[in-house]
Design a protein around this ligand. Structure first.
Ligand code: CU
Length: 280
C-alpha cells in the first residue's frame, strides 16, 4: 500500500512538472487530449453556435429514430411471410405531400435559428480595438491599426516552450508573441493573406475566417473571460500548415493599457504623429 501511495505521489509530481514551467495566465480556450465537444465558450457568438449545434443534434437524433422506426415497421410488417400479397400501387399523394412538407418545415425551423446567428457573426459592429491579421507561409502577422504598430507571431519550438512560459503539451499551440486584447471590448479583425489562403480562428470565440490574398474579410468578437486562448491555421496552406498556431490573451483594461505602452516601444511601430521636415 505504501509503495502504491508513493508511486501515486511520484506520478502526481511527474505530471505536475510541465505545469511548473507554465506562466500564471489561465488557459481558457485550449484543446484537451481525449475530450469531445467544444472548448468552453468565451463569447456570445460561441454560445450561440453551441446552442445551435445542440439543438440540431436533437433534431438529427429524432429524424434518425423516425427513419429507423419506419424501416423496422417495413421489415416486420411487409416481409414476404407477414404480407404474402403485396400492394401494387405506385403513388400516394398524401404521403408525398407529407414527406415534402415535413423536411421543409424542419429546414425552416432550423433556418429561423441559424440565420440570425449567421447575421450576428457577419454584421461587424463598431470596434473598440482594430487588428489586421495577415496569413503568411507559415506564420501570422498582426497590426494594431489604431496604434500603428505590428508584429509577427511564430510557433515556439518544443525545446523553447518553457522559456516562453508554456507547458510541454502546448507545443503546436504556443507562439512567441501573443495578440493581447481587453476583456469585454469589441475587437474587429481584418483578415487577409500574403501568399496562399490561410484561415484564422479561435474556437472558444466561435470565430473562423479565411484569409485570402488580395481580399479583406472581417470578423469580430467580444471575449468575456480573461485568459489565454489558442487556435490553429484552418486552411491547408502548404507544408508547414500545422506549424502556424494562433494565441490570444484576454486581459483587463488596465493590463491592456500597460501592454500597449510597452508594445509600442518594443515593436517600434511608426509613431502616430510623424513630422517630416520639408526639403526647402
Ligand atoms: Cu494553414
Amino acid at each position: 500500500m505504501r509503495i502504491l501511495t508513493s508511486l501515486l505521489a511520484a506520478l502526481a509530481t511527474f505530471s505536475a512538472l510541465p505545469a511548473l514551467a507554465q506562466d500564471a495566465v489561465e488557459r481558457v480556450g485550449k484543446p484537451v487530449d481525449g475530450l469531445m465537444g467544444f472548448q468552453p465558450a468565451a463569447t456570445d457568438l460561441a454560445r450561440d453556435i453551441h446552442f445551435l449545434d445542440n439543438m440540431i443534434n436533437w433534431i438529427i437524433a429524432a429524424i434518425c429514430l423516425l427513419v429507423i422506426g419506419l424501416v423496422a415497421v417495413i421489415i416486420l410488417r411487409y416481409n414476404r411471410r407477414a404480407n404474402p400479397t403485396p400492394g401494387t400501387f405506385t403513388h400516394h399523394s398524401t404521403i408525398e405531400v407529407l414527406w415534402t412538407l415535413g423536411p421543409v418545415l424542419v429546414l425552416v425551423f432550423i433556418g429561423a435559428f441559424s440565420l440570425p446567428i449567421l447575421f450576428k457573426q457577419q454584421i461587424i459592429p463598431e470596434g473598440d480595438v482594430h487588428i489586421k491579421v495577415t496569413g503568411n507561409q507559415w506564420y501570422w502577422g498582426y497590426e494594431y491599426t489604431d496604434e500603428e504598430f505590428g508584429f509577427d507571431s511564430f510557433l515556439v519550438a518544443r525545446e523553447e516552450l518553457a522559456d516562453y512560459g508554456y507547458s510541454d503539451d502546448e507545443y503546436l499551440l504556443a507562439t512567441d508573441t501573443r495578440i493581447i486584447v481587453p476583456v469585454n471590448k469589441v475587437v474587429v479583425m481584418t483578415v487577409t493573406a500574403s501568399d496562399v489562403i490561410h484561415s484564422w480562428t479561435i474556437p472558444a470565440f466561435g470565430v473562423k475566417q479565411d484569409a485570402v490574398p488580395g481580399r479583406l474579410a472581417q470578423l469580430w468578437f467580444q471575449a468575456d473571460k480573461e485568459g489565454l486562448y489558442f487556435g490553429q491555421c484552418s486552411e491547408l496552406c502548404g507544408k508547414d500548415h500545422a506549424y502556424m498556431p494562433i494565441t490570444v490573451q484576454v486581459v483587463s483594461d488596465a493590463e491592456y493599457a500597460a501592454w500597449l505602452e510597452t508594445a509600442k516601444a518594443e515593436y517600434a511601430g511608426t509613431p502616430t504623429n510623424v513630422t517630416v521636415a520639408s526639403a526647402d
